[in-house]
Design a protein around this ligand. Sequence first.
Ligand SMILES: [Zn+2]
Ligand SMILES: [Zn+2]
Length: 1245
Amino acid sequence: MSHGFTGSELDTQFRINYYLEPFVHPITKKLTILDKPYPTPLKPEQVKPFRTLGNHFNVSVNFSLTESDALKFLNEVEPIYRNMCTMHETAGWEFAIDMSEENSLKAEKAKSQTIPIASAQWKQQAVFPWETYKNQTIRRIFKKLGESAHSSALPVKTQQELDSIIEKMGELFSSATVCPYNKKDGCDLGLMTDIVPILGKARDYEEGKYYWTAWHDAVKGVGEYYPRYVEIVNERARLNGFKNAMDDNLSLYETNFLHLKVHELLGRIYPLYEQLHAYARRKLREFYRDHQDEISEDGPIPIHVTGDMYAQRWHEIYDILVPYPELPNIDVSDEMQNLGYTPRKMYEDAEEFFQSIGFPPLRKEFWELSIFEKVPGKIMNCHPSAREFCDRKSFRILMCTQVTMFDYAIIHHEVGHIYHFSQYSDRHVMLLEGANQGFDEAIGDTIAFSVKSPKHLMKKGLLKNFTDDEPNRVKNLMQHALTFVMDIPWMIALEQWRWDVWSGQVEPRDYNCHWWKLRQHFQGVKPSSSRKTSDFDPASKHHIANNVQYINYFIARILTFQFHEALCITAKQYDPEDPLKPLYNCDIYGSKEAGKQFSDMLRIGSSVPWQDALEIVTGTRNLDPEPLLNYYKPFLTETEALTFLQDIDHESRELSFKKSSASWEQDLDMASEEKAKLNSELIGKRIAYNKELWKRAAIYPWETFRNRTIRRVFKSLLGGGNDALPDKTQQELNEIGGRMSKIYSTATVCPYNKDGVKPNEEECTLTQSDVESKLAEAEDYKEAKYYWKVWHDAVKDIGKDYPRFVEILNEAAILNDYPDAQEYYMAQYETDFLNLRAHEIMGRVYPLYEQLHAYARRKLRTHYKDHEGDISEDGPIPIHVFKNLYAQKWLRIYDILVPYPELPKIDIGAEMERQGYTPKKMFEDADDFYQSIGFEKLRKEFWETSVIERDPEKQMACHATAWDMSDRKSFRIRMCTKVEMSDYITIFHELGHVHYYMQYANRHTQLAEGANPGFHEAIGDTIAFSINSVSYLQKMGLLSKEYKNVGKHAINQLLLHSLSFFVDTPWVLSLEQWRWDVLAGKIKPKDYNCHWWKLRHHFQGVTPSTSRKPSDFDPASKYHIPNDAQYINYFVAKILTFQFHEALCIAAKQYDPDDPSKPLHDCSIYGSKEAGKQFADMLRIGSSVPWQDALEIVTGVRDLNAEPILNYYKPLYDWLVKENAKYNETVGWQNLHPDVDYPFCEKED
Ligand SMILES: [Zn+2]
Ligand SMILES: [Zn+2]
């Protein structure tokens, strides 16, 4: 053995120094020098002068041997160990591919030959004072050489006894068989070949239980040998200088307190495991309904129902646990078959993956000598394995590959081993292994994580149409977790049992009992049948009977997630801040940076402590469970949250259906007390349910959830509003609310009497809607003024309750974490400064409003010339002259305002009546319109249940409404339809609601609503804009073909349109601005009424019809104040309607800003599938995304925009400007009437 210090020495020196180079760490960016002083060299006096191996070997240390002597020695023994290894591995390979008796003997022989060599070698290496050498690698190689001799420490006889015990236990395990279920013959069912697959598929509770029990009973014989086995391994450990076999084993990990560290890690993972466990238990209880005694609500789960002998991997029961079973599974096996995949092609894919991240191709030798498929006629060890032959070039895989996705992942795992082998193959033979025993298994799994990602499978063309949305994420993660999370506590339980046994904490008679205590404690499982002290159930698992390490799988698991996360960050495929790049869907394919980092670690083999290796890839020196938790984050508690949301969707829809049905019935028969009672009972139930729901939802840390939709649902669930109040306060609020709306709905006034005679009490029964009708018909100026005044006076008592009402609303807002109720109400718009934005928009349309206002004022002044003082030339206008309580719509004075009265009036209503239109026919027209743009036909159910005409027999609510009964299929309209144009428009409006309901019916109940509260009202109005067009009316035969919507005709039409669709804009804003100011505490109760009129004056240019006092409460004159109904929605809806109309008209090619023959006001989208598609795409979303996203779908912009309004009325505006200029009319109302300088704010009598 004479080598000089030649090439080979330099070679080794180079290899040893290789990792001493400083390098910049890719993640931490810190300059790292891997040769850490760990463990530091000892001083010669610290080294014992004698070394022993067992009781039979003994040498003195020769302190004159230097580090170069040691290097020389290591280079000499290298080939010897390599040959030994090659011999051993070759024999093992031969046996594995052909498990004949002859090959078995050869393998035994090869193994037995290596033991004497190892002990002989020990004597040579033990003389070196290696602990004192500076070079860490040299010290490591000596240490490992010493450890490799450990197995020779026992006296020969004891060693033989141990060998024979291990052999017997192994034989008992591998030869154990059971009978088939319910049969007495064919009792040769083996574990891997028969029992495991049967148990996985078993869905008969008793059958599974039988196989579980039979297998455990079949191996109990192992228990006879185990106590002696424990004695001997402990003896060997002591001979090697350890306290017991547990310490011996753990020393391999070079980590202090590893046995405690694993529990620390487990503790971090438990919240995830427990959620999965609870979810699975519920699903299993549902599945095994007849066995709910055995699968209790809150206890451990009997093992066999997990479809696994040990409740280790739960993937076999994926079909029972699967969330969203209706979605396709993410298993691409079939697609692989279709694409003609072969085993070889699968290996080529794996090679290609590694090459894509910068690894070299696999050697020719690998392709020639590996075995990918079962050779017919030979008994082979089909357990997939990757093997190295210690000759720096031979690496092979043995696997009986099936063309399935499961095997596809395994192949990447095994090829990972091959690359690992080849990366460290140049190291000293003693360093040819992973940095620790967990590393080996983690390498290939890390790659398999990328390969299994939907992203990668899509790249490969194996997966089509995968959307990374909520259901698919959860499905994917569930499938993954059943394999990669559920076995974690099991691994700890198994190894903890062995540690306790080895360290002498458990007596042999308690072995079995201790086993089940640990299993129940860690895994939350219980034996499927009752077990006895004399059973030996640990033997049911290969690794106990065959004496194989198990904790390394746990370490490997933690490492895999650590590697995956780190490499994904390097590859820029995972970003914790970016929900579109979740860890589970990261694929490092093609990232040379990630590959470089990985290969830097692999190349090191075990030449440094594993912490150093770990640091290269992850930047940390510790095992860390965080990446595992990050991986499942989209799903950790989100899974439970999702189940919860599904449950409440169901519950809540059921309850809503009952409630809607009851109010529907009551509305149709308002005289029935019984129906009223049922309705109010259900309203109470709904309130109670919501309160309960709030409590159930509040426990979820939803703000941390990854899925935006889930966050939205929770946000809306927990926007608990008044439910946040203490019960007593909430009750007070309800009482006040009830009182205010009762005053409003029961307030009555006496009819006007021209002669001033006091009417009889019994005549004084006019309600708000009667007053509106009287006002509409009032020809007499004084009569209109009278009705305006008496109505405002009739509701003033509401003002007594309003201040307290405001107080409580603010209290509720504060409980919901908003500064005040105004902020709270506005929050549902998810828009900063919406109130200011509304004023900006108002600013854009004021020029148009002011022109209309000035025009109307002149016409009214002329019309009421007898009352000249009331209607000034340049001031605000008294409200009643609009024949509307609020000067909201000016339709009733069209005859006064009409620009060209000489033109024939278009009377669609009269035409409809002439043609014999019925309400049904009107609805059919509307249905036809929606269908023409590609919307669903109204269902049979709609026609059967809707009520579209007044039932003369019953007292029914006549205000037109559209109903979503909440069961995803019942949608109705209730309306007392009259054959007239305005009801025709209303029908289109109401059907807009119905189509919105139908489009988003599949959403979660919390997201089944308009994108914001303004959207709903805009949908039907948008369609109604189209039916106002000449082309539509002519098409329907409601307008003569000669009529052209141009010139004077167009001005008349546009003015008419503006009186119902535009002039109310400032009114809406002034009402809500008043409420915002009040809720925000800017206005004290004594100034409520005064502030109201200041705003009305300022925004609307109107003035009260009679003098008002601070003690009046005129805001109460409008329904939405006493009933606390939002009003800004109408403002938003109005702006949206014009935006939608313009965008859809462009899509339908019916509006072109540059083509005067296609003006916006005469556009109809009838028949345009393109426009319809765009509209439907928006409706379908419901409120599952911020409204800006929804708006963008139709309009391409993300903000409210006034421009379409101006475009629509452009011809009218131009005409008004000229017209007002002609009469030299003051535009605006800044100059106040001398008497009207807010007198109502000062005087109080
Ligand atoms: Zn492996
Ligand atoms: Zn509506």
